[in-house]
Design a binder for this molecule. Structure first.
Ligand SMILES: Nc1ncnc2c1ncn2[C@@H]1O[C@H](COP(=O)(O)OP(=O)(O)O)[C@@H](O)[C@H]1O
Ligand SMILES: [Mg+2]
Length: 270
């Protein structure tokens, strides 16, 4: 098989990465907005404790699919199961990290991070302690009392992530979290995500249109076709991530996988 373990959806006869323990199962999801068909019959398994990426061209329905998994948007057909049970809306086991951060501008970092816990009735001392821990986890220690407008885009993004960590959701749904930040911030944040995945044992479902980012971060990459989005292929990059970020990006398997996805995108995008 070489560098990449690939599963061609059509041939495998099985929709998602072969996993014995999917935490999220997307089953036959179709979404229409009026006459626009955004997604067609999408099946994806999201394995527990892994980082799965939805990769595809702009407009192919990535955000739509993520919102359906979050329970923020209803599908036209199909269903989403979380821990084997169909969802009917948002739930505490899933947290959505918005592309535009969605922070409360009048509240400090720590209040923003603790907000979800307040909603759940967690006592003040406990929620502040949890919020402080999560702020440290995303590298923002010392910024607890700042306001969102005093932070850079990258830092605001980290506040959004800390807020998702604080509510102890098992599944973090991230919609192109790096699109609004500069390259250096982006790389640092990518490293933090990999670290968090190991430390906190979270499941990530991540949206990007960057092939390099997908290959760098993902255990599995779900490639969606142009609108209406369908699952074209699932690729599981076999990359040794024990080295430094630079070593990973020079790794032959990393480079081969990026190359392979480029080729395959060319095949199905044109
Ligand atoms: N609320 C909406 N009403 C009508 N069309 C929408 C709406 N949201 C998304 N679309 C359309 O559905 C398609 C998929 O959108 P989206 O999920 O945002 O794609 P992506 O995130 O992959 O760029 C696009 O053609 C978009 O214009
Ligand atoms: Mg989008």
């Amino acid at each position: 098989m070489g560098a990449v373990r690939r599963i061609d959806a059509a041939r495998a006869g099985r929709p998602g990465p072969a996993t014995a323990d999917p935490i999220v199962q997307v089953r036959g999801i179709t979404k229409r907005y009026g006459s626009t068909e955004a997604l067609k019959d999408v099946d994806v398994d999201v394995p527990r404790g892994k980082l799965t990426t939805l990769l595809g061209p702009s407009g192919c329905g990535k955000t739509t699919l993520l919102k359906i998994v979050a329970g923020l948007l209803d599908a036209t057909a199909g269903e989403v199961l979380v821990n084997g049970k169909p969802i009917s809306g948002p739930g505490p086991e899933r947290a959505f990290v918005f592309q535009d951060f969605a922070l409360m501008p009048w509240a400090t970092v720590i209040t923003n991070v603790a907000f979800g816990l307040e909603m759940r009735g967690v006592p003040k001392a406990e929620r502040l302690e949890t919020a402080r821990h999560c702020i440290r986890e995303v590298g923002l220690a010392g910024f607890e009392d700042r306001y969102p407008h005093e932070l850079s885009g990258g830092m605001r993004q980290r506040v959004g992530l800390a807020r998702a960590l604080a509510v102890s959701a098992d599944v973090l749904l991230l919609d192109e979290p790096f699109s609004a930040v500069d390259e250096q911030t982006r790389r640092k944040f990518q490293e933090d995500l990999l670290r968090l995945r190991h430390q906190e044992n979270k499941t990530f479902l991540f949206v990007t249109h960057s092939i390099e980012e997908a290959v760098y971060l993902s255990d599995a990459i779900v490639m969606l076709s142009r609108r209406p989005g369908r699952v074209n292929r699932i690729i599981e990059p076999a990359i040794d991530r024990s080295g430094s970020p630079d070593e990973i990006r020079r790794d032959r398997h990393y480079l081969d996988t990026v190359e392979e996805i480029w080729h395959s995108l060319r095949d199905f995008v044109e």
